[in-house]
Design a protein around this ligand. Sequence first.
Ligand SMILES: [Zn+2]
Length: 216
Amino acid sequence: MIVKNRFVKLFFPDRCPYCNTVIESGKIACDTCRKVFPEESWLNFAKGGYPCFSPFFYKGIFSTAVKRLKFSGKISYAPKLAVKICEAVINLNNGQRYDVVTCVPMHPKKRKKRHYNQSELLARECALLLGAPYEDLLEKVRENLEQHKCASIAERRDNVKGAYKVINAEKVRGRKILIIDDILTTGYTLGECCKVLQKKHPALIHCATLCAKNDQ
Ligand SMILES: [Zn+2]
């Protein structure tokens, strides 16, 4: 196994998720990128007032990391990016423990096309780091436009309405839930997911994303 891992590392070395340079195994970023990491995490709110913790604003090397994870198949970035999400969660959530970590789901057709859901990759890694199980709690039942393709705020709001459904109400009832997405923009997507979960009486819902847009 060790030999196999060394072989893999030789041909697929660890790379910095923010600039793609080769980094030492076990590091989460190169020294240059680490220097521009913000010192503080950001607290925002998804629609409906659900707290959302994020380590980065959606700009510069941080938006590049999201785009590579999302569109360029750089799934190996997910564990490194998840470390920063968990740092933001721990910095801001007053010691809250979660019973389950989940993600904003992708429509099955889109998932088939992309082969993975970047938010699920991040959520699974966050679950490992936070010591809570990962579970799919929601499904996307309606195909809609991607939120960034909506022309207006009102369109973004209407675009997500009725798009999500709880898979099993018993998995939600009475539980403390952390839901992960890649970016918080207007907060309508996470807000809609929280609204749908809330109807099944969870004990608590927190959100976390890698980036938050600062113009929301
Ligand atoms: Zn870097």
